[in-house]
Ligand binder design. Structure first.
Ligand code: ACM
Length: 262
């Protein structure tokens, strides 16, 4: 199957512009699945709760999800994309999954990073795995990577590919995701952004380095730190079904998780 990501450079608050750029880039792709960064339509560094509320959207009725649904249908492609969600009196840092038949589902980020705690409430949706025909996919958002139980849970639930919309500022994630893939025998697509936002006193520099990692930790593609990129590669998602480390070791069956009874 053909999987990819867009590494983007959104302009803060310019939703229509950011959406249009992404839609026109997806139009050029030949892919089954593409992952976009976290908060791809708004940018990241909010200044106030009012600003978050004014930029957040209902899912799936908001214009961003509707635009993704339209391009998913037109291109017959699954898209995982991060955006700020307007819930009932609260906002979530969310991701949507859209596909050839329209809206599929959304996920609300479980682990909020730093100032995100001022703007969003922690996610309350389940971690789910979706059969998209070519593969089963799971979704986590950016800082969720720091909590290995998220990737493990998705893998145990049967995910072949972890789709990982991100806005990375710390340097560790690209290397850490290699381990997440090795320890779970899954693929991972981390879609990050580039650029700097300095809307408050503290400048945030996003590290790029979006990547597609194979089931044995191979870096199948890693993007630059400073260029927008649209990447699609071919993978055999079924490789993620083989959880045998040696003939006598199985990644999931060998786990000793009941430590208190040992
Ligand atoms: C992050 O979770 N955006 C670092």
């Amino acid at each position: 199957m053909k999987v990819g990501f867009l590494q983007t450079s959104p302009v803060f608050g310019e939703k229509s512009k950011n959406i249009n750029i992404v839609v026109s880039r997806i139009k050029q792709l030949n892919a089954d699945l593409v992952v976009l960064p976290e908060l791809f339509n708004t940018g990241y560094q909010f200044k106030s709760k009012d600003e978050v509320v004014s930029l957040a959207e209902k899912i799936p009725d908001g214009k961003t999800t509707q635009a993704l649904i339209n391009i998913s249908k037109e291109k017959h492609i699954y898209i995982v994309a991060g955006l700020a969600e307007q819930g009932k009196g609260r906002c979530y840092n969310s991701a949507v999954l859209t596909g050839p038949d329209g809206f599929v589902d959304s996920y609300r980020k479980l682990h909020l990073f730093y100032n995100e705690k001022q703007w969003f409430v922690p996610g309350d949706t389940k971690l789910r795995v979706y059969d998209i025909g070519h593969a089963r996919i799971g979704i986590m958002i950016c800082f969720d990577w720091f909590f290995p139980e998220v990737a493990r849970y998705l893998a145990v639930k049967g995910a072949d590919i972890i789709c990982h919309p991100s806005n990375l500022v710390l340097p560790y994630c690209p290397q850490a995701m290699i381990t997440r893939c090795i320890e779970n025998r899954v693929f991972a697509v981390t879609a990050n952004r580039i650029g700097v936002e300095k809307r408050t006193g503290k400048a945030l520099a996003f590290i790029g380095a979006s990547q597609i990692i194979g089931t044995k930790g191979e870096i199948l593609y890693r993007a630059s730190s400073d260029h927008e990129e649209s990447i699609v590669i071919k993978i055999n998602a079924k490789k993620a079904h083989d959880k045998q480390i040696t003939q006598l070791n199985h990644i999931f069956n060998d786990r000793r998780i009941k430590f208190d009874t040992v």
